[in-house]
Every structure is written in C-alpha cells, then in structure tokens.
Design a protein around this ligand. Structure first.
Ligand code: KQY
Length: 356
C-alpha cells in the first residue's frame, strides 16, 4: 500500500446529503465539500460520487474540472467506504474492499442500513478498472495509516473493538494486514481522539509525513481527557520501530478548541435515521491531523482562529515541498470527521523498469 504522500493519479470523494448527519439539509456541508474538492482539483483529478437525486445540484456546485459520477451511498465518508488502493510488484493497481459496518454494526454503529456504503469500494474499483480483493473482515480506511515501506499505524480502540471483528485477535489482525496490504510492522496506539464516534480512528490522531516521521494530535492541558490519550500515544511512538527498524521522529500538532456543538447547529439536524443523536454541547473530535496530502499540496482543516495559524506553520515546516491550503471545515467536523475522512487517494501506477 503506497503512502498518501506518494504520487497520486487522483482523489475520490462522495457528496453529503443525509440530513441526520449534515445540518440544514446538508447545504452548508455541500459548500464545505465543494471547497475541499476545489482545493484538491487544483493539484490532481477529483471524482465525486453523487446520488441520482443530488446529481444536478452537485454538478452545479462543484468546479467543472471535477468529474461527477452517479454512485449511491448511505453517507459521504469515502476514506472509510472506498477501496484501499495497492500497487503490486509489477507496478499495477489493485484495491482492497473491506467489509463496512457503519463503525460498529447494528448495536453500536452510527446508522442503519449501510448496504450502499458497503458497495462503494467495488463500484469505484470497477470505474477505475482495478482488480478487487474483498477482505473477509471489517475495516475502515480511516483506521489505518501507512508509510509505504511496510509500516502501519492503527489504534487498539478501533481495530480491537468487539464491534468490528469480535473473533479476531491482535495477531490474527496483524496477519491479515500483512496479507492484504503487505504490512510487516503494525504500530499499535491506544485510544483515538477523545469523543471520536469512529471508536478512535488513527486518521484523526496520528499520521506519517514521510517514512520515519509522524505527526501527533497534541494537547498541553493536563485537565483535558485528551492529554493522557496523546501522552500515551507519544510514549508508544517513541518506543516503536518501523518495518525497517528505524525509530520514529514524532512531531506535535496543537489541538484546536476544545470545540463543542452549538444549540443552533444541533437544532439544524434531523433526528430520524441517526442511531446516535447529536446534542448541543457535545464535544467535537476536532483535529488538524485530519488533513489530506495531494500532489504538491496539503489541504488542511481550518477549525479555530486561535490555533489555525500554528497548525499551518507546523505543516509547512514538516512538508516544505507542499503548498498548505486551509479550508474552513467546521461543517465537516459537525458530521463527525474531517478532510482526510472524506477523501481517498488513487496512487499513480508505478512504471516497470524493463531489463535490457
Ligand atoms: O474518521 C473517519 N475516517 C470518518 C469519520 C466518520 C464519521 C461518521 N459520522
């Protein structure tokens, strides 16, 4: 599995529509997703999957260079329902289609049904002309990050959660990740960001910026529940070795806020359909780590005027060859994720080196 910072052929997204995830009939979220697509399409091709009902609206709002494709889904989290792309030893692209259970299944998941979401990866792979491997276990793309050299980051809170794969042990999961993604070393963090409804997706907590270097969501306030979570992750990262035996250099990104859902925001949501209702005062799982690395460009969420500038400066220092583009992302955050969660990269196939 190539790392996100390796060259892309493009990016896939989905169009937000459901009114129990996205307030005010999803219109503010549609503007935010449009801004994300516009920021990415300046760097690489973007395809957006849209329901038949929303097709004309999405086509009118999205920049003309964005390819709009009719594609049904239950919500708009392409990171989690889309395929995980691989490049094989001969440089050809393939994709893994994980089982999706709406982040926890009938009892603990975020909505029901999720059957259309579970078909998204197969449809994207068909459109991309890539062979598909259907994996026999539940996983979401946001639950993993890789360095492209055999190392994978994840969290125990998510992958070992009984609401995903109750019959699979840590070592069974490691073997499956080795088999499906070519991973040689799994680095287990403990919990994810405080109050993250995905059960602690790593893509909100920590990611690679290059092999051997990660960036971690950080909180300095000892009274905040996030403090211990980030501290524990830091210790685990400091004692970890990657697939090539290197220690990791850990950089920190400041936590925004803490941010909470306002009464007006909660009032704009439809209650019907949501298995887990959202309420005024709910703490939002806000994190700058939920950025997306496109070709030569990082698209980062703008979340809090007190911390946005510091977060942008950190990313600019860590990824000096990338232009850092901020997109106001509170409307995406209100849905429970952020820019990384709504995007999925398609790697560029590698050129084969022909022997003379
Ligand atoms: O973290 C992600 N990859 C997705 C967030 C999904 C939130 C569902 N409401």
């Amino acid at each position: 599995m190539p790392a996100e910072f390796e060259p892309h052929a493009g990016t896939w997204m989905l169009w937000p529509e459901r009114s129990d995830t996205w307030r005010l009939g999803a219109q503010p979220a549609q503007y935010a997703f449009t801004a994300v697509a516009a920021a990415i399409v300046a760097a690489e091709p973007v395809s957006v999957g849209v329901s038949a009902r929303q097709f004309a609206n999405a086509r009118a709002l999205l920049p003309p260079e964005v390819r709009v494709v009719e594609l049904s889904s239950n919500d708009a989290w392409m990171r989690d329902v889309g395929p995980t792309f691989l490049v094989d030893a001969r440089g050809r692209r393939r994709g893994v289609d994980w089982i999706f259970n709406a982040w926890g299944g009938v009892d603990a998941g975020l909505y029901f049904p999720w059957d259309r979401d579970d078909q998204v990866a197969a449809k994207v792979l068909q459109i991309e002309g890539c062979p598909r491997y259907r994996a026999p276990f539940v996983l979401e793309g946001g639950a993993i990050h890789v360095d492209g050299q055999g190392t994978l980051l994840t969290t125990e809170e998510c992958l070992l959660n009984p609401n995903r794969n109750p019959g699979l042990s840590r070592s069974a999961l490691e073997s499956l990740l080795q088999r499906y993604l070519g991973i040689q070393q799994v680095i287990w963090l403990g919990a994810g960001v405080f109050h993250d409804e995905t059960d602690g997706h790593v893509d909100n907590l920590c990611c690679f910026v290059r092999p051997g270097e990660v960036v971690l969501h950080w909180c300095d306030d000892r009274a905040d529940p996030q403090y211990e979570i980030s501290r524990d992750a830091l210790e685990r990262l400091r004692s970890a070795r990657d697939a090539r035996g290197r220690p990791l250099l850990v950089h920190r990104l400041p936590q925004p806020g803490p941010l909470y859902m306002t009464a007006a925001e909660a009032a704009g949501l439809d209650a019907a359909g949501a298995a887990r209702p959202r309420r005024a005062g709910d703490r939002l799982a806000a994190s700058y780590v939920n950025f997306y690395i496109a070709n030569g460009r990082v698209v980062m969420p703008l979340l809090d005027p007190h911390t946005d500038r510091r977060a942008r400066a950190t990313l600019a220092r860590l990824l000096p060859r990338h232009e850092i583009v901020g997109v106001p992302a509170r409307e995406i955050l209100l849905g429970g994720g952020n820019i990384h969660c709504i995007t999925q990269q398609v790697p560029r196939p590698r050129r084969r080196v022909m022997k003379a």
